[in-house]
Ligand binder design. Structure first.
Ligand code: NAP
Ligand code: ZN
Length: 353
């Protein structure tokens, strides 16, 4: 083995060889630690619906073989020579990003997700040297310290994992659009993102309404802190709630009737999309101009805000409801997510890989 590769870490992963292929256990090599790198022993990895969009190549541009996973919780196993912020044994997390330019106005203001050079995604991306990135369905990962966050002691690692994507993706827009006392907030879709959005919006003091397709999840929604719950399969929902909300957070993985949801906003209300279906959608401009409404989108959140979100979750007792699975159950878990048969996040126990 040449000197350059003597410290490379081989690690077992779950990978797919092409779009929609079943998962296989394979091995990859993680890079030698650079001075600011951290080697993490991954303990748990959440399954985000974005993993399915990516592994099925629904968004296009998929890089295969692919190791998905951007909800990573683990323990520091080694640190590079210049790392001061973390030590071996620390409980840490990694979300959707593993690098960014660090110099543009967005990186400098802590919104690395909008890096003008383009951030490097945790998987299905090429790093600045042109090497593919591999995600968290994996035993060990090397990440530069700027993209590693600390998991508070009050959060177990298995429930912390989904916060690294589903948590920050809902916390950030609720924060940005001021979910707060006196504000009426609706959460559309009660899946992985949605059930965390309910908890964050409630903890921020907003009056929270859940809009789900059926009434099946009502009791659990109220348990997560929702004040009201309506089934969108009932047309009366859209007449009864017309003009009601300051903010609607759409977490649905498929396209909705945007005009119908815009009609639920009051004057100056905002419909924020975080759900990311592949197909384009349509709306009528009159749905916006008649009540000065806004239609918006939001992408995960910055690293500093991710740390704030974890601390906020620990402080307020916010945690995803999870189902821990073995590595050989991931294909089945994908099928179940697609059938909306998940309460409310699958998390892979990486010790089974
Ligand atoms: P999920 O657990 O599958 O939840 C999605 C929820 O949407 C379902 O539980 C269901 O809620 C509702 N839904 C699903 N299919 C629907 C349909 N055909 N019509 C109406 N409602 C439907 O997914 P997730 O992990 O929360 O992710 C949700 C979306 O957010 C995905 O598209 C994902 O890629 C995206 N995402 C975006 C970002 C970002 O930065 N913007 C980050 C992470 C994820 P009900 O049964 O309650 O109706
Ligand atoms: Zn995600």
């Amino acid at each position: 083995m040449c000197d350059q590769h003597k410290n490379v870490t081989a690690t077992r992963v779950l990978s797919v060889s092409s779009a929609k292929a079943p998962f296989e256990k394979t091995t990859i090599e993680q890079r030698e630690l650079k001075p600011h790198d951290i080697l993490i022993d991954i303990k748990y990895s959440g399954i985000c619906h974005s993993d399915i969009h990516s592994a099925y190549d629904e968004w296009g541009g998929g890089i295969f073989p692919m190791v998905p996973g951007h909800e990573i919780a683990g323990v520091v196993a080694a640190v590079g020579s210049e790392v001061r912020k973390f030590s071996v044994g620390d409980r840490v997390g990694v979300g959707c990003m593993v690098d960014s330019c660090g110099e543009c106005e967005y990186c400098l203001s802590g919104e690395e997700q909008f890096c003008t050079k383009g951030f490097i995604a945790t998987y299905n991306s090429l790093d600045y040297d042109g090497n593919p990135t591999y995600g968290g369905y994996c035993q060990k990962i090397v990440v530069t310290e700027r993209f590693v966050v600390r998991i508070p002691d009050a959060l177990d690692l298995d429930v912390a994992a989904p916060l690294l994507c589903a948590g920050i993706t809902t916390y950030s827009p609720l924060n940005h659009w001021n979910a707060a006392p006196g504000k009426k907030v609706a959460i559309v879709g009660m899946g992985g993102l949605g059930h965390l959005a309910i908890q964050f919006a409630h903890a921020m003091g907003a009056e929270v309404t859940v809009l789900s397709r059926s009434i099946n999840k009502k009791d659990e929604a109220l348990g997560f802190g929702a004040d009201h719950y309506f089934a969108t399969s009932d047309p009366a929902t859209f007449t009864d709630l017309a003009g009601r909300f300051d903010l609607i957070l759409n977490t649905v993985s498929a396209n909705l009737d945007v005009n119908a949801y815009l009609s639920l906003l009051r004057v100056d209300g905002t419909l924020v999309n975080v759900g990311a279906p592949a197909e384009p959608n349509q709306y009528h401009v009159f749905s916006l101009i008649m009540k000065r409404r806004s239609l918006a989108g939001s992408l995960i959140g910055g690293i500093q805000e991710t740390q704030e979100m974890l601390d906020f979750a620990a402080q307020h007792g916010i945690a995803p409801k999870i189902e821990v699975i073995r590595a050989d159950q991931v294909d089945e878990a994908y099928d179940r997510v697609l059938r909306s048969d998940v309460r409310y996040r699958f998390v892979i126990d990486i010790s089974t890989l």
